[in-house]
Ligand binder design. Structure first.
Ligand SMILES: [Zn+2]
Length: 302
């Protein structure tokens, strides 16, 4: 009797452990998290329209399942995200070249206060120096992406050199906060067939931008940036800035409420991509071509 009680107790315990482990695995993979997101999407589209076994991660993996994809021009361009769905209410705020010991935290403070998820494309060499800031970015509900290790112009790099630039950054971010970035933005917006191929092999979504604030130019003031953003921001916009100056901190403080007043909602780059893929799936399109209509600027220097 005691033995039977012990055995059923043991069984119960094992079931509990298995259930907890399955839930933890789900959280780690992000599965189920995005698939029923409340973020607005174009009318006629809804996550609930997808079969229950299809999550945003399933759709993402389908884009990396091609046996012999072409990366010649313009085939590779079809894999780039320049913007989200133009008829959505989603907008993405992105910051390149961090983490910066002074300005990244100042921006994060505003984003947390306003509950804005943004995306930070990080340099591996900065991640190595400021692990704790990377953790703060994640803890603030933002996404981190790969921006190479040393801000290299990879246009003429060999595949081995590209792999090293991107791999080292993946490893630095992983060791800083345990997260594997799923997205990449190439320094200077410079791409090539080899760059696109390596990103594909590493299962990284490639992001450019549709709204450049030109903040890196000396003569561009905070007012210039705010005006550009408010004039051009619309559904699907990806806004490019850098978290390396007070000017950007002030701009962030100023634009959030005013962008929301236009009926737009902030999302991370991956959330934007999820909606593009959902729409494509529901419209019966498959394969790797990302619809990127309304591309404002051709940032692919090739
Ligand atoms: Zn950069």
């Amino acid at each position: 009797m005691a033995r039977r009680l012990f055995l059923s107790g043991l069984m119960f315990f094992l079931i509990l452990v298995a259930a907890a482990e399955s839930e933890a695995a789900k959280n780690r993979s992000g599965e189920g998290r995005e698939s029923r997101s409340p973020i607005p999407i174009p009318s006629g589209l809804a996550w609930s329209a997808l079969p229950t076994h299809i999550t945003s991660e399933t759709l993402r993996q389908m884009d990396f399942a091609e046996k012999s994809p072409s990366f010649d021009f313009p085939a590779r361009k079809a894999r780039y995200f320049y913007n989200g769905l133009p008829d959505s209410h989603c907008i993405a705020l992105t910051f390149d070249d961090g983490p910066n010991p002074r300005y990244t935290r100042a921006i994060l403070g505003i984003l947390r206060e306003k509950k804005v998820p943004a995306t930070f494309f990080l340099l591996g060499e900065n991640v190595r120096r400021y692990h704790d800031i990377v953790c703060d970015i994640i803890a603030s509900g933002c996404e981190v992406g790969n921006h190479s290790f040393s801000h290299a112009n990879m246009g003429r790099f060999t595949p081995a050199q590209i792999r090293e630039e991107l791999n080292k950054t993946q490893e630095e971010v992983k060791s800083a906060c345990g997260v594997d970035p799923r997205i990449v933005r190439f320094p200077y917006g410079v791409s090539s067939a080899d760059v696109a191929r390596v990103a594909y092999e590493m299962r990284l979504d490639i992001f450019f931008w549709s709204l450049d604030t030109d903040d890196y130019k000396k003569g561009v003031t905070k007012e210039d940036m705010v005006n550009t953003i408010l004039k051009d921001a619309k559904g699907g916009s990806i806004i490019l800035m850098h978290d390396r100056g007070q000017k950007e901190v002030d701009v962030v403080r100023e634009i959030i409420d005013r962008i929301r007043a236009k009926g737009l909602e902030f999302v991370t780059c991956s959330e934007m991509a999820d909606r593009v893929r959902m729409k494509r799936y529901l419209e019966g399109k498959t394969g790797a071509s990302h619809p990127s209509p309304a591309v404002k600027k051709n940032t692919d220097k090739e």
